[in-house]
Design a protein around this ligand. Structure first.
Ligand code: NOJ
Length: 574
């Protein structure tokens, strides 16, 4: 049997591949694959699993440890697949279960782990459970799997409370009008959807829901996945009285709805959600290999995030505070310090991330244009020099900016419609990636891509950047290779200490033989001697085209670091 046809029962080629007793996920670099925008194998304009499988060599060549696949399950695609109609099937848009098995086997053969997305807060309204609920009366077992309530006001004509959908508009949809003929009179019935109406929230107080997700976990674990990214991991438990919010949360397009989370919020980050993770952890740990959970939890503070990472709960949780930092040394310093100290208390490693499919790409967030790109390149060196794991979102290795001028008629994010066009939504960070400098889909597809790519992206294509020594792609490859294959003995552990540096700079050491300096200011700055003492420059984020100093600090003569750039200093372990 070759690597491509490895079946689900085959042992994973990645098991114990570290061979050094370290838990792989504590310092892994993972690559996020937004399947519909990665590679299209059948010319329908939408990326798919065979497309991903065909490009796994490219991902492995970046020097990452694995991938996280966004949802590819059967779904009407009302929210990019985060509306799952069947948790045990692949949507025909993306392929088949056999395609998934082939992809998994091939990734493992290349030494990469595979995490899949788990969407437990809500199903699709096309899920068989929700269809059955609609056909069943109030108070039935079928309705108890979701959150149905009578409306307020005369005849229940108003939603049961004032909660707003994250995507805009009320978080409730009405399924029936008042029935005065029924015994006692039945007011209008509504169901809760914190996201789109096509995403009814599940009732996690219902044991049947818990048992069902136990099975979902087992199904994918038995196929051989290495773990799960948990969608809306902070949202599954709702206050039993569903009380009004003092101030209803407005949709702003910001995926962080956690402004008011923490103690007392009726649906975000409630304490009882942790019971679910303790239950799941037991299931996960009953499988061989080091499988992991990764939380998408937008919570108020690093201390609240640390609660998800207690030893009997989840392994990793995205650090969105880092992603939300402006390009500003003091912002970064504060966030890194507080993350490291809070997570150390529970023995967890941080998980750094700069971009994903829900946020404006960081080249653009950091100002766009040449300065935005220089800052994004420097941010990579910052992220990869910190203790913990890191996630790279497809296309950031090409320095892709946000696409801000997509025509309105192609936009698909439900936020655009739900906010009546007030918020454009997240399509701008989901545009298919350019593989080649020419062709209808720039090598992504032979057909028309589901979102149009800007013509300027031909210069950013993978094949173009593979030929340029100073491209962003070359920088990502070099940084991942150094971190994984040369600097690992210095970077894998938790060792970290700040070095005093001028205003606008961040500088830290990882032991005596590695340091990182980031210049967040718009002028060259003097390097702190304590950082340069860690060894010679082994990597610079500044390319000659974007830096003020052609060979930044390499000569050691002027000891300056260019504006908006980062340097790694190291004494390479032999
Ligand atoms: C977070 C996902 O990343 C996002 O894309 C999705 O819209 C929401 N959760 C709802 O599932």
């Amino acid at each position: 049997m070759d690597a491509f046809s490895q079946g689900p029962e085959e042992p994973s080629a990645v098991e114990n591949h570290d061979g050094d007793g370290r838990e792989w996920w504590r310092d892994a670099v993972m690559y996020q694959v937004y399947v519909r925008s990665f590679a299209d194998s059948n010319g329908d304009g939408v990326g798919d699993l065979p497309g991903v499988a065909s490009r796994l060599g490219y991902i492995a060549g970046l020097g990452v440890d694995g991938i996280w696949l966004n949802p590819f399950y059967k779904s009407p695609q009302q929210d990019g697949g985060y509306d799952v109609a069947d948790y045990f099937e692949v949507d025909p848009l993306f392929g088949t279960l056999a395609d998934f098995d082939a992809l998994l086997g091939r990734a493992h053969a290349l030494g990469m782990r595979v995490l899949v997305d788990l969407v437990p807060n809500h199903t699709s309204s096309h899920h068989e459970w929700f269809r059955a609920a609609l056909e069943s009366p109030p108070g039935s077992r079928e309705r108890d799997r979701y959150i149905f309530r009578s409306g307020r006001g005369p005849g229940g004509a108003e939603p049961p409370n004032n909660w707003q959908s994250v995507f805009g508009g009320p978080a409730w949809s009405k399924v029936s009008d008042a029935d005065p003929q029924a015994a006692g009179g039945v007011p209008a019935q509504w169901y809760l959807h914190l996201f789109a109406p096509g995403q009814p929230d599940l009732n996690w107080e219902c044991e049947e829901v818990r048992l069902y997700f136990d099975e979902v976990l087992r199904f994918w674990l038995e196929r051989g996945v290495d773990g799960f990214r948990i969608d809306v991991a902070h949202g599954m438990i709702k206050h039993e009285d569903l009380p009004d919010l003092d101030v209803p949360e407005e949709a702003t397009g910001d995926p962080d709805p956690s402004g008011m989370s923490g103690d007392g919020h009726p649906y975000w980050d409630r304490d009882q959600v942790h019971d679910i993770y303790r239950r799941w952890r037991k299931i996960l740990d009953s499988y061989p290999g080091e499988r992991v959970f990764l939380a998408e939890a937008w919570v108020k503070t690093p201390a609240r995030l640390a609660r998800y990472l207690r030893p009997d709960e989840l392994h990793m949780a995205f650090n969105f505070d880092f992603l939300k930092c402006d390009w500003n040394a003091s912002d970064f310093t504060r966030t890194i310090t507080s993350t490291l100290s809070n997570l150390a208390e529970v023995g967890a490693a941080p998980t750094w991330v700069l971009s994903n499919h829900d946020v404006v790409r960081h080249v653009t967030r950091y100002g766009g244009g040449p300065a935005g790109l220089s800052r994004a390149r420097a941010a990579l060196l910052l992220m990869l020099a910190l203790p913990g794991s890191a996630f790279v979102y497809q296309g950031e290795e090409l320095g892709l900016p946000e696409v801000t001028d997509l025509p309105e008629d192609v936009l698909q994010d439900p936020t655009f419609v739900r906010t009546e066009g007030r918020v454009r939504g997240r399509d701008g960070c989901r545009v298919p990636i350019p593989w080649e400098p020419s062709g209808p889909g720039l090598g992504f597809s032979t057909g028309a891509p589901w979102l149009p790519q800007p013509a300027s992206w031909s210069e950013l294509s993978v094949s173009q950047q593979s030929r340029e020594a100073n491209s962003t792609l070359a920088l990502y490859r070099r940084a991942c290779d150094l971190r994984r294959n040369h600097l690992r003995p210095l970077l894998a552990g938790p060792d970290f200490s700040w070095v005093d540096a001028a205003q606008g700079l961040l500088a830290f050491k990882r032991g005596d033989d590695f340091s990182c300096v980031v210049n967040c200011s718009d002028s060259p700055a003097e390097l702190p001697a304590a950082a340069t003492a860690a060894g010679p420059v082994v990597l610079s984020s500044a390319s000659p085209a974007s830096s003020l100093l052609p060979e930044p600090a390499a000569s050691g003569a002027n000891r300056l670091i260019p504006a908006n750039s980062a340097l790694w200093f190291a004494r390479m372990p032999s």
